[in-house]
Design a protein around this ligand. Structure first.
Ligand code: KG4
Ligand code: ZN
Length: 365
């Protein structure tokens, strides 16, 4: 196999239409030659969530443009690539199908190898794209659609230690923002309000801390916030700005405490396996939260584990992570033929117990 490989990646599993080109030479850091992401936020805004049919249609309309833009930015023709990687699941099936069909068409026309990638593997392998992390490392995926701890043992083997049994934390931030009349996506607005609030005023629960293991739950927290909000409204006929700040601060502190404690437990399991260079990476939109990030960094420091957080543009949905994951699988001798199918559910660790629930952004498999 050539020392240098250049892959096109295609991503369309949720509400971002994306294409990217990644190049990697053995023993060197990978290069993202182009990464195009076209979000669909405006298309879904008035529906209060992602509408699968609208998403699928937009992907079908925009994917080929994204691929053209990515190739133009990388200064490459299709014939100069070594393979095409595409998200084959999990996600909203119409969108995943759009990507898989395009990738199959392109590989049939060019004769290039086709690699179907698990979207979550794309997220979980990103610290190798950005920081060349060595296996095994511990990973926390924490976004609007995902929340799970994984030990990445290889590009094909991920051990799931636990995850949310209901909402993902980003979803909880978004719902909190909605309940408090803040704009969407709510995470950054809740964080800004929380910075001016008193986190101790409301005693919000820390769900599932009394249960062993690394599973989490965030939907009760949202209910507690709703009750606290309604109690204030019943008493004073409205919320003051300070009430809203205090509610945000209390909510954010509860999420941060739960994530920190569960990370402590996940690290204990990971460190028992005696990794040579202990490393922990966090990915997903919620990793942008400075309180959460600081708490996770502290837990890592206390446990002699190096902390990594890839740049946000590579840990929110993008196609560079898909190109990279495909490239890694291809190096390991794997590829797919034209029978590759789109999978709405596709757990990364088939041996772990299935997760309950599925969020606004599709299956959290
Ligand atoms: O990874 P991402 O861009 O998309 C997916 O969910 O796949 O994550 C977006 C989520 C949203 O729910 C958003 O509210 C949350 O990440 N988020 C934050 C912050 N910035 C984004 N949550 C808390 N604090 C933030 N600063
Ligand atoms: Zn994602």
């Amino acid at each position: 196999m050539a020392d240098t490989l250049t892959f096109l990646g295609i991503e369309s599993s949720c509400d971002d239409t994306a294409a990217a080109v990644v190049r990697h030479t053995m023993g060197q850091p990978a290069e993202v030659l182009a990464s195009i992401v076209e979000g669909q936020t405006a298309l879904h805004a008035r529906f209060g969530g992602v509408v699968p049919e609208i998403a699928a249609r937009a992907h079908a309309e925009r994917l080929d443009h994204c691929v053209e833009r990515a190739l133009a930015e990388a200064g490459l023709r299709l014939s100069e690539l070594d393979g095409i990687a595409v998200t084959a699941g999990p996600g909203l099936i119409g969108g995943v199908l759009s990507g898989v069909m395009l990738a199959k068409g392109l590989t049939a026309a060019t004769g290039l190898p086709l690699v179907g990638v698990n979207h979550l593997a794309g997220h979980a392998l990103t610290p190798r794209l950005t920081d060349q992390l060595a296996f095994p490392y511990l990973m926390l995926l924490v976004s609007g659609g995902h929340c799970q701890f994984l030990i990445a043992h290889s590009a094909a083997r991920f051990e799931r230690l636990g995850g949310t049994i209901d909402d993902a934390p980003g979803e909880a931030f978004d719902k909190t923002a909605k309940l408090l009349a803040l704009p969407q996506p709510g995470g950054p607005f809740v964080e800004t309000e929380a910075a001016l609030g008193d986190a101790k005023r409301f005693a919000f629960p820390r769900p599932l801390l009394d249960r062993a293991g690394c599973d989490m739950s965030f939907s009760g927290l949202k209910t507690a916030l709703l009750r606290a909000r309604d109690a204030i409204i019943a008493e004073k006929a409205g919320l003051t700005l300070q009430d809203r700040r205090d509610l945000c601060a209390g909510f954010q502190a509860a999420v941060a405490d739960v994530l920190a404690e569960k990370t402590r437990r996940a690290l204990a399991i990971y460190l028992e396996q005696s990794p040579k260079i202990p490393a922990f990476a966090v990915a997903g939109g919620v990793a942008a939260n400075s309180l959460i990030r600081a708490k996770l960094e502290t837990v890592c420091a206390e446990n002699g584990t190096e902390f990594f957080a890839p740049p946000l543009r590579l840990c929110t949905d993008n196609a560079a992570m898909i190109a990279w994951a495909g490239l890694e699988r291809f190096r390991a001798g794997e590829s797919n033929d034209a029978s590759l199918s789109a999978r709405p559910r596709w757990p990364l660790d088939a041996t772990a117990a299935p997760l309950l629930g599925s969020g606004k952004k599709g299956a959290k498999a």
